[in-house]
Design a protein around this ligand. Structure first.
Ligand SMILES: Cc1ncc(COP(=O)(O)O)c(C=O)c1O
Length: 409
């Protein structure tokens, strides 16, 4: 029995029951949710934790010493500890809560504002999401530093020849996605970090599309920075993580100021607290940070061994079935992929495909996926993207494929 059948029979039905939205209908058809790279659905444990907070201990943290405030503070710290274990950081104080990957990247780019000048180079890749492009363009503009971009090969993988050459110019930072949100490419980040560190170059990793699919160990990777979003890994919206190496955190300047990040303030001066607090200005999304803990527990309970095997088999099945539709062209064919695929059809615009799938209750993403420079490189205006998660099934893929055949053939 292959892993799909084995896990599906035993666990997937139970897993699906934990997601109330998966029991709903869209356009009078059972929802088939295949837009997990945009955001995943949330299990009951996450949804219930948010209402538990508002019903039982809604309070601000670090602003008073009453019981409710202490309860919230403890729960936020619990999530910080859970995240720290999840990515194996040395210390939970290396975990900064942000509003999402985008804010995390902005904090890091801002942190380099005083370190760069016209001699310096920042490196990105053609695979990046707008969130890992625009903050760096802004930084380069403000500091007159240069931006260089690692091209991709036809397969959708990074050009390592270019990396070996550009690295000799000693850029200040390389900011890369771990996994592409358009092609699915899993970059060989470990190798890139090794090469970069030989030249003393810092590496930032955008792990937004990686964290839901495989285990990340920041100490083993030895990355300098890593960012991801809760909402793409079964957690609530409006919560993100920024991990940084200890010595970087001590020197990096915050992006936002005010609230409990302050140690001491007068009208002439101020002093901020140690990390992580100095990066957490203002009232954070406390309810959702607390519920984020449940999302990680959900992943931990299933375990990445099961998640990886199940998603890999399901994804192979999806690709095999899509390849049987003559009108479809799949974009890129990298060796290692997260379970998402972009395609175009010879005879229909991606938006029309998306709309017609939606009429059958199937949710996919269409458009440029916030990766316009990649679309330009591929000479495309957009694609249809199907992205899988642990709760998707072979039957859902069969329904997608039969609906696509009806639409396209
Ligand atoms: C690779 C990648 N980076 C960054 C982001 C931005 O994440 P957020 O909107 O949660 O900040 C996304 C969102 O799709 C993404 O796919």
């Amino acid at each position: 029995m292959n892993i799909i059948n084995m896990i599906e029979n035993k666990q997937i039905t139970e897993i699906r029951k934990q997601f109330p939205i998966l029991q709903t209908n869209i356009n009078k058809k059972p929802l088939v949710y295949l837009d997990n790279a945009s955001t995943t659905q949330k299990p009951n444990s996450v949804i219930n934790k948010i209402s538990e907070y508002y019903k039982n201990y809604n309070s601000n943290i670090e602003r008073g010493f009453h019981t409710l405030g202490s309860q919230s503070f403890e729960q936020v710290n619990k999530t910080r500890e859970t995240v720290s274990k999840f990515i194996n950081s040395q210390n939970s104080s290396q975990i900064i809560f942000t509003s999402g990957t985008t804010e995390s990247i902005n904090i890091v780019a801002n942190g380099f504002a005083n370190e760069l000048n016209e001699e310096d180079i920042v490196i990105l890749s053609e695979l990046e999401h707008h969130s890992n492009i625009v903050p760096w363009i802004n930084l380069c503009r403000n500091t007159n530093s240069k931006l260089e971009v690692i091209p991709i090969l036809k397969s959708g993988e990074l050009d390592f020849k270019f990396i070996h050459n550009i690295i000799k110019k000693r850029p200040k930072i390389i900011a890369l996605t771990y996994a592409s949100n358009v092609i699915g490419t899993i970059n060989d980040i470990e190798q890139i970090i090794k090469i970069a560190h030989e030249y003393n170059i810092k590496v930032f990793i955008d792990a937004a599309q990686a964290v839901p699919h495989f285990a990340i160990n920041v100490q083993k990777l030895d990355c300098d920075f890593l960012a991801f979003s809760s909402h793409k890994m079964y957690g609530p919206m409006g919560v993100g993580v920024l991990y940084c190496k200890e010595e970087i955190l001590q020197n990096m300047k915050p992006l936002k100021f005010g609230g409990a990040m302050i140690e001491d303030v007068s009208f002439c001066d101020f002093k901020y607290r140690e990390h992580p607090y100095k990066f957490e200005a203002g009232t954070m999304n406390i309810s959702n940070i607390i519920a984020f803990n449940e999302a990680i527990e959900f992943i931990n309970q299933i375990g990445f061994e099961v998640i990886e095997k199940y998603e890999k088999d399901l994804f192979e099945y999806l690709i095999q079935e899509l390849q049987n539709i003559s009108q479809i062209k799949i974009i890129g064919n990298p060796k290692n992929k997260v379970p998402l695929v972009s395609f175009i059809a010879k005879n229909m615009h991606p938006f029309d495909i998306g709309m017609m799938l939606n009429a059958s209750g199937i949710a996919v993403r269409t458009g440029n996926h916030c990766a316009q420079p990649l679309m330009d490189k591929l000479n495309l205006s957009g694609t249809v993207r199907v992205s899988l998660s642990i709760y998707n099934t072979k039957e859902e893929i069969d329904f997608l494929v039969s609906t696509l055949k009806k639409i396209l053939l």
